[in-house]
Design a protein around this ligand. Structure first.
Ligand SMILES: [Zn+2]
Length: 63
């Protein structure tokens, strides 16, 4: 699992570029996720989905 191909739900740029605070937060979280490298990839994907959903919700509420 790498985060290189993930696209930010906030700025639509690759998260790895860290263009916005959401990207940087996600990137840090994912890098910290290396601690959980032994975890099931499905768990990581589920966590990511929750994150992206939360970001989308926030963006929707502030729009
Ligand atoms: Zn972003």
């Amino acid at each position: 699992m790498t985060y290189d191909r993930l696209v930010c739900a906030n700025c639509a740029a690759p998260v790895s570029e860290g263009r916005c605070p959401v990207c940087r937060a996600n990137r840090e979280r994912l890098q910290q996720g290396n601690l959980f490298a032994g975890l099931n990839p499905t768990t990581l994907i589920a966590l990511l989905a929750v994150l992206i959903a939360a970001v989308a919700l926030l963006a929707h509420q502030t729009a």
